[in-house]
Write a protein that binds this ligand. Structure first.
Ligand SMILES: Nc1ncnc2c1ncn2[C@@H]1O[C@H](COP(=O)(O)OP(=O)(O)O)[C@@H](O)[C@H]1O
Ligand SMILES: [Mg+2]
Length: 219
């Protein structure tokens, strides 16, 4: 919240949500003006997805992590469809699948399809669960705490770097989403990093570092 208020210099008149999907934890916070009005932490996040891939496909942690990063969420067409595609097999992924499974070339397409689809399905299942919780929080906030709906959801955390994650979250959530770039008003060498990467990765660091200038900051 300090990164939002002091870094991105946002003081939203209407409530906004900041959702950080990290490794062990997903943090949800709703802010209005310069005050945090609601927070909730979930134990479902990036490592939940990696662990599910490990047990579902019988992979070690590194291979499961690589499979998650390689595949993420799949869409049939990057431009036309809003429906994530479960049946697509990207030929460019094949060498990695062979490495993952120890299979040689010439393996049956069905097996490749199956691995691909299971990784996509696991990513979708757990991101879907996180989105369901976000929705519950937004509804609770609107109905029980404020009467005003959350206008926008800003995403941060390493897991929003997953392929098509933002698009998928946006598809499931009725509220507009955006990957936060809290460094837009901050100069220095961080400006050379890609906005999505620096926003997803360093928002928490920026917020914590700012405490030396602003005290505890946002209440
Ligand atoms: N390109 C990517 N695709 C999918 N997951 C990713 C990607 N990049 C990072 N992650 C995931 O993001 C998580 C780390 O996010 P991060 O915000 O750094 O964690 P934390 O702050 O909780 O330590 C890990 O679970 C990692 O697998
Ligand atoms: Mg983080």
């Amino acid at each position: 919240m300090n990164a939002v208020h002091y870094g991105a210099e946002m003081t939203p008149d209407s409530p906004i949500a900041l959702v950080d999907i990290g490794s062990a934890v997903t943090n949800i916070a709703i802010m209005k003006g310069d005050t945090t009005r609601f927070t909730r932490d979930l134990s479902t996040a990036g490592s939940t997805i990696t662990r599910a891939i490990m047990s579902e496909l019988g992979l070690d942690e590194k291979s499961a992590e690589n499979a998650k990063i390689e595949h993420g969420i799949s869409y049939e067409s990057e431009t036309s469809s809003d429906e994530p595609e479960m049946m697509t097999l990207s030929q460019s992924n094949l060498p990695d699948i062979f490495q993952l499974t120890g299979m040689e070339g010439g393996v049956e397409e069905e097996a490749q399809d199956s691995i691909d689809q299971r990784v996509h399905a696991i990513c979708m299942q757990f991101l879907g669960e996180i989105v369901s919780e976000i929705k519950r929080c937004l509804l609770f906030y609107e109905n029980q705490l404020d009467g005003q709906p959350v206008e926008k959801v800003y995403l941060t955390g390493g897991t929003v770097c997953m392929k098509n994650a933002q698009r998928y979250i946006q598809t499931l959530l009725d509220t507009p989403t955006e990957i936060l770039d809290p460094f837009s008003k901050v100069g220095g060498s961080i400006a050379s990093l890609e906005p999505m990467l620096r926003g997803a990765t360093y928002t928490t660091s920026l917020g914590l570092a700012m405490r030396s200038h602003i005290g505890e900051g946002v209440s």
